[in-house]
Write a protein that binds this ligand. Sequence first.
Ligand SMILES: Cc1ncc(COP(=O)(O)O)c(C=O)c1O
Length: 397
Amino acid sequence: MAIKSCDETKREDSAQRRGETVDEDSVYVTRPFMPPIDEFIPYLRRIWESKILTNNGPIHREFESQLGAYLNVQELSLVSSGTIGLLLALRALGVASGEVITTPFSFIATSNAINWAGLTPVFADTQVNGFNIDPESIERAITKRTTAIMPVHCYGYPCDTRAIDDIAARHGLKVIYDAAHAFGVEDDGGSILRHGDAAVLSFHATKVFTTLEGGAVICRDPEVRRRVDYLRNFGILNETTVAEPGINGKLNEMSSAFGALQLLYVDRLIEQREQVDINYRERLGGIPGVALPPLSNAIARNYAYFPILVGDDALLSRDELNTALRCRGVVARRYFYPLITDHPAYQSARKVPSRLQNANRIAREVLCLPMYPDMSEQVTDAVVREIRSCCSDASVV
Ligand SMILES: Cc1ncc(COP(=O)(O)O)c(C=O)c1O
């Protein structure tokens, strides 16, 4: 990997802001896996011949059942995005009013979905050591108005599902897991998507498994699945009946085809990611103030992200390191910074505790390093070299 000068990278940064193409030499935080194009052509032929582009077409139906079997889940409905999946899950479960307790340390889509469903997000803190919502904080946030909990399996680390499901059962609350990062993750009882009343995957282009845009709602109750299925299709029950107002949340045939083909490769892609994770862990240890991602208690992981924490005792702050890396052609990402509660849209939301101390700390310290399946050892080495050199020489900023 050729290392670039800071000026070169600054030029590219401003080009990117203007929407121009950026240099292909930079190492980006993620890169989608593109299956061999020749293997996609037969799917395209089928679509061309059938002239069915959407509306529960044949490839959609095949892919939906293949994916359910692959993930070993009871009920799975494909949808057009993770965000729409969260909306549909709330609606299908009858969460129609009140407050939904969620985490401030997530992508904005989690609380946007709550808001668009006409509900009020209330933010609980994250755990002291970890990236997920703290069950004790959830319990303290519950009021008479609380109707549901929406935790996030952040970076694919399983939430404390036992504690959360127990709280929900005691207070009569629905639980919808935002499982956007949790494709293929298993705990000792199987897929973590089985927890709660529903779990929602995202198949966005940045995810471990992608259909370009897309997602899935997973649940155990066939009646909830039936509701998701008609709600994703405008609420249409049959040719002459609309049961209730739905939305257009369908996944099209082209995306379904891309997903069906990705599915043939996904085990290999996760193995490759695991190797990148191993490479990073072997090479990145021992930098003062820089903590490697905690080991997951999952039985099967997906290695979706590699989030390091840059503490106060590091030579550089997280932001200084991020900028210095950018200058050297390494595009890491501050997922998730700012906290959702720091965006103008959510600044006035209720927070418990009000300072969200743990979430604020991780938002200040986290930096997700480049991580994608075909990231070679040389590229990983180069990224590590840049991090080491920045963290041992404060004059880089
Ligand atoms: C935690 C989280 N929730 C929800 C979403 C939204 O998913 P989508 O982009 O498929 O709508 C994303 C990512 O995109 C995410 O990272």
